[in-house]
Design a protein around this ligand. Structure first.
Ligand code: TPP
Ligand code: SF4
Ligand code: MG
Length: 285
């Protein structure tokens, strides 16, 4: 029997792109009975244009506002055709999720479609030239925040939990087994599911592509990106930390934070620690 490939070799993402690596793992878990939808974004490179696609499963590019609305329609059509076993998956960036596609995502969740929505979060509009999004973290350089972004990122996970989504998880491309487990869990959910994947981007974050794994891992190990899942409102941290790595190592590993003073880095590091313990406290609520 031929081995299922999922995503072809030779895709033209940047060297060291975590979004592409995660996509390869994601499709391996999802398997051939899957339809992938990507909006305009770096993930559209995987889907391709016209008659060419990198996926070995059916796929198409939606518009940026509405990947979750397209997914809702595809889900309903498949169910009518008796093809309930086919996974319908949106693989969208932070801009297409937290900003431009938010109403479509919220609508799909409210209607309760069985849709797996994976937001790979590279923390800016990368595909169009590294513009800030509402997921860009405080202090980060982008081409539209040359002095560093003011204000915190939008708490999309808290928003979707508040809306009552049956399954939500965070994940990191640097903790790939945890991500794979969460994709497998999402496949069993009888309703909408959302996985928020931290996706290191050497081009936009300004680090050497060989460092992708290390930079992504630092975000988790310093408590800045907490790995957890929320099942019907109940929090569970999937990677508990005995001690937190200094978050300053994460910030100094990337050129997008290089304009920050020591004091500013220390303040962001303190916020990261508080954020970690706030999620752990939710688990114990
Ligand atoms: C309504 C609309 N506004 C703007 C664009 C232009 N556009 C195409 S891709 C993109 C960036 C999307 O950013 P994100 O979702 O974070 O994905 P990334 O490029 O970072 O992978 C933008 C702004 C568009 N296609 N549609
Ligand atoms: S800009 Fe970033 S997310 Fe986009 S293809 Fe390059 S490394 Fe990947
Ligand atoms: Mg992005």
């Amino acid at each position: 029997m031929n081995k299922f490939i999922g995503l072809a070799n030779g895709i033209t993402t940047c060297e060291g792109c975590a979004m592409e690596t995660a996509a390869r793992h994601m499709i391996e878990i999802l398997g051939p009975r899957t339809i992938i939808l990507t909006p305009p974004s770096c993930s559209a490179i995987l889907t391709g244009f016209g008659r060419e696609t990198g996926w070995t499963v059916p796929s198409f590019m939606s518009n940026l506002e509405a990947v979750a609305a397209y997914g809702s329609g595809v889900r309903e059509a498949l169910d009518i055709l008796g093809k309930g076993d086919v996974n319908v998956v949106g693989y969208a960036g932070d801009g297409g999720t937290l900003d431009i596609g938010l109403q479509a995502l919220s609508g799909a969740i409210e209607r309760g479609h069985r849709l797996i929505y994976i937001c790979y979060d590279n923390e800016a509009y990368m595909n169009t030239g590294i513009q800030r999004s509402s997921a860009t973290p405080a202090g980060a350089w982008t081409t539209t925040t040359p002095g560093g972004k003011r204000g915190d990122r939008k708490d999309i996970d808290g928003m979707l939990v508040a809306q009552g989504i049956p399954y939500l998880a965070t994940a990191s491309a640097s903790y790939i087994d945890d991500f794979r487990n969460k994709v497998a869990t999402a496949m069993k959910v009888d309703g909408p599911s959302f996985i928020h994947l931290h996706s290191a981007c050497p081009t936009g974050w300004r680090f050497n592509p060989a460092e992708t794994y290390r930079v992504g891992k630092l975000a988790v190990d310093c408590g800045l990106w907490v790995l957890y899942e929320v099942v019907n409102g109940k929090y569970r941290v999937t990677r508990k930390l005995k001690s937190l790595e200094p978050a300053s190592n994460y910030f100094t590993a990337q050129g997008r934070f290089k304009h920050l003073s020591r004091q500013e880095i220390d303040s962001l590091a303190a916020q990261a620690q508080e954020g970690y313990y706030a999620i752990v406290a939710k688990e114990n609520d």
